[in-house]
Design a protein around this ligand. Structure first.
Ligand SMILES: NC(=O)c1ccc[n+]([C@@H]2O[C@H](COP(=O)([O-])OP(=O)(O)OC[C@H]3O[C@@H](n4cnc5c(N)ncnc54)[C@H](O)[C@@H]3O)[C@@H](O)[C@H]2O)c1
Length: 330
């Protein structure tokens, strides 16, 4: 359970706060009475969308700035109780052709934040959202936090590097943090303009456009898709848990689904669109780790969090949201 009193009246910074997960987190924290600041550079092709924070627009402070801006970051961290670091280059297809945004935004941007906290605010508690892609192909299933780390691309490598940086600042510089490895997240407020990241949401877009969803291979690859509200709860339950600091947690779902099941459920829930099998493109094949689902026993044991939204329910809510607010996302 989230202990709302941990966040009530607290000063909170969410980097990447106009994006998918960041804005969902902001809405929940605002319900709890937190004083929330969103920092977002509104990077092209990413999930930053002014409409995402519409329900709380009069309650949050919004700063359109870059996490790499040392002056801004040194200033903005000073009075914060919690900092959720979600700003990042997360286009893993882009990182195949250009590794520099990952290095610059993810690694340098995180270093700027950590240095700012080291110099100006060691009382802030930080949470970083890395990716399950840090593991690469699963050596065995489900994948726990001690599994070998073999990232398949520069995006995933940058996430692993940032995770280690947070750990160094936690252990050596007194900047406390929890770091997470998120699985594939879907739900309301994700970008719907392209298919370079966010596969479950992209399936929804195709169904709502009455188009055909391409299911690569035979569709049997398993993934532990997780609904955004469960993800936000995981982030907050880690932030409120003293024992979580200095630790790494998988945030996933112990009920994996196949891509075929995902496609069929999306089409059934939307009542429009269709699906068909297709061959992997070379880019997709290069990045596809095969079956992956997370072992989430550590986060369950330590924080009490567990996912509660099944795939059909999460997809239903997501479809309803985009039907209503399509004009802001298409
Ligand atoms: N959504 C997922 O399935 C998933 C899975 C694993 C990890 N993650 C990680 O979680 C974080 C949030 O993901 P999301 O899905 O909400 O993505 P998103 O693209 O919706 O949000 C990220 C936000 O960061 C902002 N941003 C990018 N570079 C910035 C910079 N230099 N300065 C300030 N803002 C910047 C973007 O404008 C965007 O609004 C990312 O770091 C992502 O890599 C997401």
């Amino acid at each position: 359970m989230i202990r709302q009193e941990c966040f009530r009246g607290k000063n909170i910074l969410i980097t990447g706060g106009q994006g998918f997960i960041g804005s969902s987190l902001a809405i929940k924290l605002t319900e709890f009475g937190s004083k929330v600041t969103l920092l977002d550079a509104m990077v092209d092709g990413h999930g930053g969308n002014i409409f995402n924070a519409e329900p709380v627009k009069d309650k949050v402070k919004v700063i359109h700035e870059d996490v790499r801006n040392v002056g801004i970051m040194n200033d903005i961290v000073r009075d914060k109780d919690y900092i959720f670091h979600l700003a990042g280059q997360n286009d893993h297809v882009l990182s195949l052709s250009d590794p520099f945004p990952d290095i610059d935004i993810n690694i340098k941007g995180s270093a700027v934040l950590l240095e700012a906290c080291k110099k100006y605010n060691k009382k802030a508690k930080l949470v970083y959202t890395g990716t399950r892609g840090e593991y690469g192909k699963a050596a065995k299933l489900p994948v726990d936090e001690n599994a070998p780390m073999n990232p398949k691309g520069i995006y995933e490598l940058s996430s692993l590097t940032v995770q280690k940086m947070f750990k160094i600042y936690n252990d050596n510089h007194g900047v406390r943090s929890v770091t997470l490895r998120l699985t594939n997240i879907y739900g309301e407020r994700a970008q719907m303009k392209h298919d370079r990241f966010g596969v479950a949401n992209w399936f929804i877009r195709l169904a709502l456009d009455n188009a055909t969803i391409k299911v690569f291979g035979d569709g049997s690859i398993l993934r532990d898709f997780l609904y955004v509200e469960d993800t936000v709860n995981a982030i907050l339950m880690c932030a409120q848990c003293d024992e979580a600091y200095g630790e790494i947690f998988n945030v996933g779902n112990d009920e994996p689904s196949s891509f075929l099941e995902l496609a069929k459920t999306v089409v059934a829930v939307a009542g429009t669109g269709r699906w068909e099998f297709a061959s992997f493109s070379p880019d997709r094949a290069a990045q596809e780790p095969g079956d992956f689902y997370s072992d989430i026993n550590k986060i369950k044991r330590t924080t009490g969090w567990k996912p509660v939204t099944d795939l059909k329910t999460g997809l239903k809510r997501t479809v309803e949201y985009y039907r209503k607010h399509k004009s802001h996302y298409w």
